[in-house]
Design a protein around this ligand. Structure first.
Ligand SMILES: Nc1ncnc2c1ncn2[C@@H]1O[C@H](COP(=O)(O)OP(=O)(O)O)[C@@H](O)[C@H]1O
Ligand SMILES: [Mg+2]
Length: 372
């Protein structure tokens, strides 16, 4: 798929911008704090209905402005689509082809993006939360049902936590309320787990193959799902539910003491293993970078496999972080397939060959000037 025209108004430090995007490669060059990431963020928000870095959508609205608006025209296969995001103090509206979508799960998926930024090294080095967020975002783009189940699941965890806390101070004679919540929790946890296990299995295959190629056959990357409860992937959902019921009973006292749901997808993690060693603990910086790159490239392939279109790729300040060998690998992997938006502080270190086929913009104080 391809972005054809992007319109941004009153978003972050960008007052007004219309960008037509013929071609596959767009470079945004500028000093720090000029609006490069803001531009990539606008595409990310159009794709996923929320930002990868803002806690609240209000942060996205230009200071002193009541509203912000983003709009994009994309070509996906034979069909054009228009997506629109309107932000205001009162809330957020997402609109596809002129029709407002009530649920984010119904909106996302039309424009698929893969973002690769220096923070992505945190997928390897950071907390479990970062890895959960990574898989949730990726699965969300290919499965609206997943977003639906995950949203419901998170609500149930928070309801359950409130009830457990309440019970910690004053235990009621009746247990029905928690029993009912437990059942609902199980019903939404199971599809989330199923999808994650399936996704991580394919991700591991793909990323493993890419990692082997980048490391010239020297290293083997595996991605493993590390659940808070051992669940046998081969058993049917009914068996899982039975097992989870027993588990919740077993840990109920402990959960009441702690006032918190102690098992479930919100407590799980991923393990990244290279040649049998845990990357988190033992990987060198170089190995961690290669793994992060392999995961991102695997994501591109997975999205293609699932929806039949390549996503657009947003590369935020990463070219300067990658050595020549990894950079060449990345650029070759996406060449002629994936429309790419790249930010950098200078053109230095970007090969002539790449520059020749790129459109280049200078970014300064939220304004964009085309250099070529
Ligand atoms: N809501 C906002 N309104 C106006 N300016 C903002 C807003 N949020 C961030 N900015 C400004 O955007 C700039 C940072 O832009 P960013 O795209 O992250 O920089 P970079 O070019 O380094 O990637 C900063 O100058 C910051 O003050
Ligand atoms: Mg930036």
């Amino acid at each position: 798929m391809r972005v054809e025209e992007l319109e941004v108004s009153q978003f972050r430090n960008i007052e007004q911008l219309t960008l037509t995007c013929p071609g596959d490669l767009h470079l945004f060059i500028g000093a720090n704090a000029q609006g490069k990431t803001n531009l990539l963020e606008s595409l990310y928000v159009l794709a996923l209905g929320k930002s990868h870095r803002a806690r609240s959508h209000r942060e996205l609205i230009r200071w002193d402005q009541p509203t912000a608006r983003l709009s994009v025209r994309i070509q996906r296969g034979e069909r054009p689509h228009r997506l629109e995001v309107r932000l205001s103090d009162r809330g957020k509206q997402v609109v596809r082809n002129g029709v407002e979508q009530r649920r984010l799960s119904e909106y996302i998926g039309t424009l698929a993006v893969v973002l690769f930024a220096p923070e992505d090294l945190d997928i390897v080095k950071g907390s479990p939360q970062v890895r959960r967020r990574f898989i949730d975002t990726e699965i969300g783009q290919i499965s609206p049902a997943y977003v639906y189940h995950l949203t419901r699941y998170k609500q149930l965890v928070s309801q359950r936590n409130s009830l457990l806390k309440e019970w910690g101070s004053r235990r009621p004679a009746e247990t029905t309320l928690l029993d009912v919540l437990d059942e609902q929790w199980i019903e939404s946890a199971v599809p989330v787990w199923r999808k994650r296990l399936e996704f991580v299995r394919t991700l591991s295959e793909r990323a493993g193959r890419i990692h082997r190629a980048i490391s010239q056959g020297l290293e083997e990357l595996k991605v493993r799902y590390a659940p808070s409860v051992e669940l046998d992937e081969a058993s049917p959902p009914e068996t899982w539910k039975e097992q989870l019921r027993r588990e919740l009973r077993r840990i109920r006292e402990q959960e009441i003491r702690r006032g918190s749901t102690l098992i479930g997808p919100h407590r799980d993690d991923l393990r990244l293993i290279v040649n049998g060693f845990d990357l988190f603990a033992y990987g060198s910086q170089g190995q961690q970078r290669t793994a992060a790159l392999a995961l991102k490239l695997a994501e591109i392939e997975l999205i293609y496999q699932e929806i039949g279109h390549y996503p657009i790729l947003l590369l935020d300040d990463v070219l300067s972080e990658l050595d020549d060998h990894r950079k060449t690998h990345l650029l070759e992997a996406i060449r002629d397939k994936v429309q790419t938006f790249v930010t950098a502080t200078s053109l230095e270190g970007i090969e002539k060959e790449t520059l020749k086929r790129a459109r280049i913009w200078r970014v300064e104080g939220g304004t964009f000037t085309e250099l070529r």
